[in-house]
Design a protein around this ligand. Structure first.
Ligand code: XMP
Length: 511
């Protein structure tokens, strides 16, 4: 693709993806690469941004980027660690900071009327998060702005298009952060703002046509946003040569299989619905360990999908709805692998024995961009606005072993909860919601009868990417009505609780 690319070199900051999202919001295409794996085709990048890092330039694992062909050659913006790196290794000094340098601060400008601060005024709030501070500027450094606690909050290098800032423009609390990125990228680096959902669709469709020719492609639809948008793009590109398979694993929401299948057909997709519920339930019989359940579901999914794919003659490609956060190579600042908390079976893709080439039309997009691309193709708002739903479905919301009766109970409970969220116009304010069937019975009374039945938990969270989440403060009246309705309507349930744990330390799913 011939876009004006921006290269973001990642030093392992928790905010690096946010930088990329802010840049994309400016309709500018950018890519994140690890600081030590600078792409060979540097000439295609119009500007470079250095991210922050949990590391220090003063010792421990100092992360050294190779800036030989960047510094002085291209417009460069260094954020936090990046700014400290430029100072420390080019004649300046970085030291541990004495005062607290975390949280909000306000800028005052030393040099007014810089393009870099176009439309940004004295007092502008910025977000600081660092424990080292720049004591002296590097050679040829010119101070541009300070805050009360941080003297060297922003500087530039005379004779270069190099700018450095100690604060984080990517974070929401830096009120003019996006303006600052725009100033650097558009006014100083002269990068064009030509990355839009429409341009993405046009270019991707053309590229897919070129790549796939008359080949047949198979794609597994899940009912979720990513696979649906991937399917629409491929459908636009190759029409009936796209064969979609939508598997019912018996662990979807109530009526979801039929409803979504109908919707796919209305969209003109060449889709085959495969009801393999019994096969999944058989494989799950007697399993109660969450990871074993995930593995069993992953295995059966591959078997079913493979059987179906073999029915299509001469298929050459497997399409997947992989998105950008799945492919960004993370920088391990400690050097060790990060711990596996839950194995998400749909991330690893399908095994080699399928011998298909892989095509991933969304692998450059963030989730919100996938939705915007879908909207630009006039896809149904309800489909695009659906909450994320885990691949193993209700299996990881039925704690312990799984039976057909438990699935039925949970589907009914979930249908009441989600239905009410929609009725009360709360659905779109919640990032993800669902019900969990607990492996406990509790005593109740109904009429004059003692009952001893199941307890369910309701969970609704706010989040941006599922990495962190907070429980949603749903109105008491909503909870009261929903609880009553569940207990009255769903046979086998006599108690409802609401989960008020955030992630971390809890996770979104209970298993
Ligand atoms: P946790 O429970 O890890 O969930 O806080 C974060 C997000 O990931 C989803 N999730 C899964 N998705 N396969 C999936 O496709 C899985 O095994 C799986 N486990 C959790 C979860 O629904 C939430 O959106």
């Amino acid at each position: 693709m011939q876009h004006n690319n921006v290269l973001i070199l990642d030093f392992g900051s928790q905010y690096t993806q946010l930088i990329a999202r802010r840049v994309r919001e400016l309709n500018i295409y950018c890519e994140i690469h690890p600081y030590n794996k600078i792409p060979n085709n540097l000439e295609t990048y119009k500007a470079v941004i250095l991210s922050g890092s949990p590391n220090s330039v003063r010792g421990g694992a100092v992360l050294h980027p190779e800036l030989k062909h960047i510094r002085g050659e291209k417009p460069l913006l260094a954020v936090c660690y990046g700014a400290q790196y430029l100072a420390h290794f080019s004649g300046g000094e970085v030291a541990p900071s004495n005062t607290r340098e975390y949280g909000r601060a306000n800028l005052s400008f030393i040099k007014e009327k810089e393009d870099f601060f176009h439309n940004i005024y004295t007092g502008s709030q910025v977000w600081m998060s660092h424990s080292d501070t720049i004591k002296t500027l590097p050679d040829n450094g010119v101070l541009l702005a300070s805050t009360e606690d941080v003297e060297n909050a922003a500087y530039k290098i005379e004779g270069e298009q190099t700018y450095a800032i100690q604060f984080h423009p990517e974070v929401y609390h830096s009120k003019d952060g996006k303006q600052l990125l725009e100033n650097f990228l558009v006014h100083i680096a002269k990068v064009e703002q030509d990355w839009t959902p429409q341009s993405f669709v046009e270019e991707t469709v053309e590229a897919l046509q070129k790549k796939l020719g008359n080949d047949r492609v198979v794609l597994g639809l899940s009912g979720g946003v990513d696979s649906s948008v991937a399917a629409m793009l491929l459908h636009k590109a190759i029409g009936k040569n796209l064969y979609c398979i939508f598997v019912n694993n018996g662990l979807l929401r109530k009526n979801e299989f039929q409803d979504v299948l109908d919707q796919y057909k209305d969209m003109g997709l060449n889709v085959k619905g495969v009801d393999a519920s019994a096969r999944f339930l058989d494989a799950l019989a007697g399993l109660s360990d969450p990871e074993e359940k995930r593995k069993a579901i992953g295995r059966v999914f591959i078997e079913v999908f493979d059987d179906e794919a073999h029915e299509i003659s001469d298929v050459k490609w497997l399409a997947q709805g992989t998105i950008y956060p799945d492919v960004i190579e993370s920088v391990s600042v400690s050097g060790g692998p990060s711990a596996t908390i839950k194995s998400h079976h749909n991330v690893g893709g399908l095994p080699d024995f399928m011998k298909l080439k892989i095509v991933e039309p969304l692998k450059a997009l963030f989730k919100d961009e996938v939705r915007r691309v879908g909207a630009s193709m006039d896809m149904d708002k309800n489909l695009l606005g659906r909450h994320p739903f885990p691949g193993p479905g209700l299996a990881i919301r039925i704690l312990g072993d799984i039976t057909a009766e438990k699935v039925r109970i949970l589907q009914e409970v979930d249908a009441v909860f989600i239905g009410n969220l929609k009725k009360w116009n709360l659905y779109d304010n919640v990032w993800q919601a669902g019900a969990i069937l607990l492996p406990v019975n509790s005593v109740g009374v109904m009429g004059d009868e003692r009952t001893y039945e199941k307890c369910v938990a309701l969970r609704a969270v706010e989040s941006t990417d599922g990495m962190t989440a907070d429980w949603v403060n749903l109105p008491y009246e909503f909870l009261q009505k929903t609880s009553n309705e569940i207990i009255n309507k769903v046979k086998g349930v006599n108690r409802v609780v609401y989960d008020i744990s955030s992630k971390p330390p809890a996770t979104i799913e209970w298993e």
